[in-house]
Design a protein around this ligand. Structure first.
Ligand code: ADP
Length: 830
């Protein structure tokens, strides 16, 4: 499917690829093509026909750039927007009138830079514009919101078939998703072009979200009117449409008057039935009076009704059973979640404390009453922390089920605006209550289990500090009188059972962190993933697909092949998604082709169901390489194997670091280099290792006119922390001596200037990542031996662990005994 990229003369700069050979350019008037999008195009203008025919004949790419003004018949280069897309012509038909109809497929963004020729068509030089696909948690969370809004958009939009919502499933990452959605929006070409020109994925997703929200709001209103019109004109003629539209509007004005009376009575009745607080009752009475006086059809009516609906939807004292039955929660968690023993224990301990406090308070203050309710709440909030897909949300949901309370999820990812927590004042157009109050209204009770999802992804900017607002929500001293700006009166949140989740607890603001009882979930080993799949995921996915749990048979080998070849994650989310895809396809084959059930899925069938495996052991270099070592990193998504590259090249004797390294990592790179420089000539073994170095002269190492460059690739993920010290030193030493590093050996450890290797954190996630990536040997600080002893045995069963206290001890394991020895003998000869 992907077209052949044009030949590039490599010359890479930041964010931009190399300048490439010139290509034909086709100016477009209405069409804005996006990468990976296939679109038909009619071409009538002479120069355009020449451009597209030339490209098609050469089976090569061309560039599509939109005109600034669609009306310009014969645009000059300056009349075009420079940012366009390189595309391939898939099909081309000549029409009898000499014009051309073609099918084009977008490839990547490019910027047209200079015209080389203008006749018979534009031939332009261009630069690739790379939009690095960021898969940060924030980008993913934005992508999720864009997907939700897009699905709604498709459902509301009269010209889009419902199937259009499934195009987002083809997206490979947030950047891709943004382009696919943008391509499907029915908006003006100018707006599309603006989206095309946003190179940053995150900014593009944000802009899309705004466009979608705006479009959806407009479509919602249109749909409502269209629906009413439609009901009346069924069978009537099209010409009546406009008259009907007017009648509907007129009728609505009249109905409004009649409705107003019914409305008032309805609201008064609902207000009477609720146990409103005195403040809320006063407000409701005031608003009812306003409603009575407002002229029919005045815009204020909608605002007042919106407010009354919100106030009257809130539970105002209605409660689900509040008793905490610890053994029942224990049984339910055991039933719904595999493993997680420590996590379950700590949750049950926490709940036991809740129960004891509530009982003690009851004994003191008699049954019920405010004192007992407040003390029901512990002083801290449960926070489940760990990589995605490890079961944080579903554990929280299970707790709610076992307690018999409604469960509501409040997504905090990407929330920057304080008003999202605390609500907008009603003076704003489109004001709404904050997410907390909204969640309570949805749950219908004052004591639901409320999941504050992705607490670490809160942002803050000029729109205020949402974390400070959350503090108020979570503070037992204040949350019985929480003030939402929209509500204008106090609401009691003290009975809500809050559970927070986070990927990276370091990113939680300190003030909030102090309130949390953090329980950590870590990634799963492959055997754990298989057990989770067998006991929980397979039955659930089958049920969701309308199959029974035995309809699709997955053997151990198949599951293992899915985990290894199609997922690379700490949790089991991708695994669940893969199983879902297989089940869907089996169901379809059963219906269409008569595939007999139960159907067994063998490892060899996976290609047919899931496509080529994404991850192969071959991702890791199999041969020893010079100047390249493998480090282990710990990120909010779990662990990761990092490639560290070092080269020595002509320069000014400097250490140059690239690849988004944080400050601490830069410091450890200079400690590593400092250690090598100070020891390499004094230490016999190190000296022998660099015996073959190109930089060794009779007077010792000469690096005055060389730079040491260290690069840590892996996209745009920021990397930090001291634990890559050992791997940095190894890459540098390998580059310095021209000695290859053994393949499939990963290492982690902080290095001091003196070459000692110090203890590091996140070991479990790092070892899991090593196992997932096909690493055989892990070199780690001796000081971490205790940590390893506490880890499950199956985690380390397939890894050779080498503990070291100093850099020197690591050398034979990194470079291989034989290399060290061979070098040794050569060293003696010199
Ligand atoms: P998180 O909130 O940590 O990102 P989820 O709770 O969404 O992850 O989990 C992803 C999926 O994996 C859910 O369907 C969940 O039920 C399942 N899952 C994760 N861990 C377990 C487990 N230990 N036992 C059973 N199912 C699990």
């Amino acid at each position: 499917m992907t077209p052949n990229p044009p030949e590039k003369t490599a010359l890479t700069g930041e964010g931009q690829g190399g300048r490439s050979a010139a290509l034909p350019l086709l100016p477009t008037r209405e069409l804005v093509l996006f990468p990976k999008m296939v679109a038909p195009i009619f071409v009538g203008r002479r120069k355009s026909i020449s451009a597209i025919e030339t490209a098609f004949a050469a089976q090569g790419p061309l560039i599509l750039c939109a005109q600034r003004e669609a009306a310009v018949e014969d645009p000059s280069f300056e009349d075009l927007r420079p940012m366009g897309v390189r595309a391939r012509v898939l099909q081309l038909f000549k029409l009898p009138d000499g014009s051309v109809k073609a099918l084009v497929e977008g490839d990547e963004r490019v910027r047209a830079e200079r015209v080389v020729e203008s006749e018979p068509h534009f031939l332009v030089e261009f630069a690739d514009v790379e939009s690095p696909d960021v898969r940060t948690a924030r980008a993913r969370s934005l992508a999720r919101r864009v997907t939700d809004e897009f699905v709604r958009y498709v459902q509301l939009h009269p010209q889009l078939a419902d199937e259009a919502q499934f195009v987002v499933q083809q997206a490979d990452g947030p950047g891709d998703l943004a382009d696919i959605v943008a391509a499907h929006l029915q908006i003006e070409a100018g707006e599309k072009q603006a989206l095309l020109e946003i190179v940053s994925t995150q900014q593009r997703l944000t802009a899309l979200l705004e466009s979608l929200a705006e479009e959806n709001a407009v479509l919602g209103v249109e749909q409502e009117i269209a629906y009413k019109v439609h009901q009346r004109i069924e069978g009537a003629q099209r010409q009546l449409l406009l008259h009907e539209k007017m009648r509907v509007l007129r009728d609505e004005i009249e109905e409004a008057g009649e409705e107003a009376d019914e409305d008032l009575a309805g609201y008064a009745e609902r207000a009477a039935a609720k146990q409103l607080s005195p403040g809320a009752r006063k407000l409701a009475t005031r608003e009812l009076a306003k409603l009575r006086q407002a002229p029919p059809m005045s815009p204020e009516i909608a605002v007042i009704r919106g407010f009354l609906d919100t106030v009257l939807e809130l539970p105002w004292g209605e409660l689900a059973p509040a008793e905490v039955d610890v053994p029942r929660v224990a049984r339910h968690l055991e039933r719904t979640h595999y493993g997680l023993k420590d996590v379950k224990d700590r949750i049950l301990e926490y709940l036991a404390v809740c129960r004891m406090r509530a009982d003690a308070a009851k004994a003191r203050g008699g049954a019920g009453g405010r004192a007992a309710d407040a003390a029901d709440q512990p002083a801290t909030i449960l926070c489940l922390a760990g990589p995605p897909g490890t079961g944080k949300s579903s554990v929280a949901q299970s707790i709610a089920e076992a307690l018999g309370r409604p469960f509501v999820r409040v997504a905090l990812g990407g929330v920057r605006d304080e008003a999202e927590i605390r609500g907008h004042r009603r003076t704003y157009i489109g004001a709404m209550p904050g997410r907390i109050v909204d969640g309570l209204a949805k749950s219908g009770v004052d004591n639901p289990v409320m999941l504050l999802d992705e607490l670490d992804k809160l942002d803050s900017d000029w729109r205020g500090n949402p974390a400070a607002a959350l503090m108020e929500v979570l503070d037992p001293a204040h949350n019985h009188a929480f003030r939402d700006n929209y509500l204008e009166t106090e609401y009691d949140l003290s009975r809500v059972f809050f559970i927070a989740t986070a990927n990276d607890t370091d990113a939680i603001p300190d003030t909030l962190y102090d309130r949390l009882e953090v329980i950590r979930l870590s990634g799963y080993t492959t055997p754990e993933k298989l057990a989770i799949a067998r006991r929980h995921l397979i039955p659930r996915v089958a049920r969701d697909t309308g199959l029974t749990r035995t309809d699709v048979g997955f053997g151990r080998g198949t599951l293992q092949a899915i985990v290894r070849g199609y997922t690379r994650e700490a949790g089991v989310r991708e695994l669940e998604r893969a199983l879902r895809r297989i089940d869907r396809k089996v169901a379809r084959k059963h219906l269409e082709d008569g595939l007999a059930l139960p159907a067994a899925v063998a490892p060899g069938d996976l290609r047919g169901y899931l496509g080529e495996a994404h991850w192969l052991d071959a991702d890791l270099p199999r041969a020893a390489r010079v100047g390249e070592s493998l480090g282990l990193a710990y990120t909010s998504d779990g662990g990761e194997v990092l490639t560290i590259e070092a080269t020595i090249a002509r320069g000014r004797g400097e250490l140059v670091l690239t690849g988004q390294l944080g400050e601490v990592m830069q410091e450890s790179a200079s400690a590593a280099w400092g250690h090598l420089l100070s020891r390499v000539e004094r230490d016999a073994e190190l000296k022998r290792l660099i015996a073959g170095s190109a930089f060794l002269t009779a007077d010792g190492l000469d690096l005055a006119s060389q730079d040491v460059r260290v690069h840590v690739p892996e996209g745009a993920v920021p990397k930090d922390g001291p634990s890559a010290g050992l791997a940095l030193a190894v890459a540098m030493l390998s580059a310095l001596g021209g000695v290859p590093v053994k393949p499939r050996v990963a290492m982690t450890g902080e290095i001091t200037l003196g070459g000692r290797i110090l203890r590091i954190g996140g070991l479990k996630e790092k070892l899991l990542a090593a196992g997932r990536s096909g690493i055989r040997t892990v070199i780690l600080p001796a000081a971490n031996r205790g940590t390893v002893d506490e880890l499950p045995a199956d985690l380390t069963a397939k890894l050779e662990l080498v503990y070291v206290t100093s850099f020197r001890e690591a050398l034979p394991h990194v470079f291989g005994e034989s290399v060290v020895r061979r070098r040794a003998s050569r060293g003696h000869n010199q």
